[in-house]
Design a binder for this molecule. Sequence first.
Ligand SMILES: O=C(O)CCCC[C@@H]1SC[C@@H]2NC(=O)N[C@@H]21
Length: 248
Amino acid sequence: MSSNWPEGVGRIILPEIDSTNAEAARRVGSLAGPVWILAHRQTKGRGRRGRAWSDPVGNFSATYVARPDGPPDQVALRSFVAALALDEALVAVTGRPDSFAIKWPNDVLLHGGKLAGILLESVGENARVNHLAIGIGVNLRHAPEPEEGALTPVSLLAETGVQITPEEFLGILAPAYARWDAQLSTFGFGPVRQAWLARAARLGQPIVARTVAQSFEGTFVGIDSSGALLLQMPQETRAIPAAEVFFS
Ligand SMILES: O=C(O)CCCC[C@@H]1SC[C@@H]2NC(=O)N[C@@H]21
């Protein structure tokens, strides 16, 4: 492992698996501590909202699985921790901070296209989180086919010319995640929230947020202490905990 690999964190590298998030759920009972599970290929990669996630060889597919302390709403803030770490790792490998931005809650954009997505899955009992799986997919080499109405997918290679293997990328992402996770545990959401806002796409600009039942148009003015999207509309500023965001 690289010299700055976070202490106490394991690493499992698999040639192929259905989904690293599914593998995390299967293995969690036998894990002694937090682990990154990386697969070179997924046959059933899953995205948010029940979508499939395609990731040919060369792209990054990995899941960080841990048993974090705290109530579920605090544990869920790792969504922002993961997005920040991912953004930081991408800036580190390219040296191009201005090329990347984070779309609420946790997509990483490159030149405005979707480069990476994060899928948080947790299992809990009695208001405690038993395990949290943070699945991260990055189009390092190949961008999937565009889908109607969705942001155009892009790849790191095509947009920047940077070539990096999934294992090398994990060596940069894992310490970045450990640093931001420690910030959250030590100082609470405040510093993570500030850092996330500094990297947010379309802050102060008009967006559309679609929930299961409704669509809201307004100005994206920030996130609250629970990570909910704050949308300023003519009558009110609404906090929206879950939605899909669209840019006009
Ligand atoms: O829809 C999204 O934007 C989230 C995509 C998350 C994909 C990653 S790839 C590694 C992990 N394993 C999965 O099955 N999904 C996540």
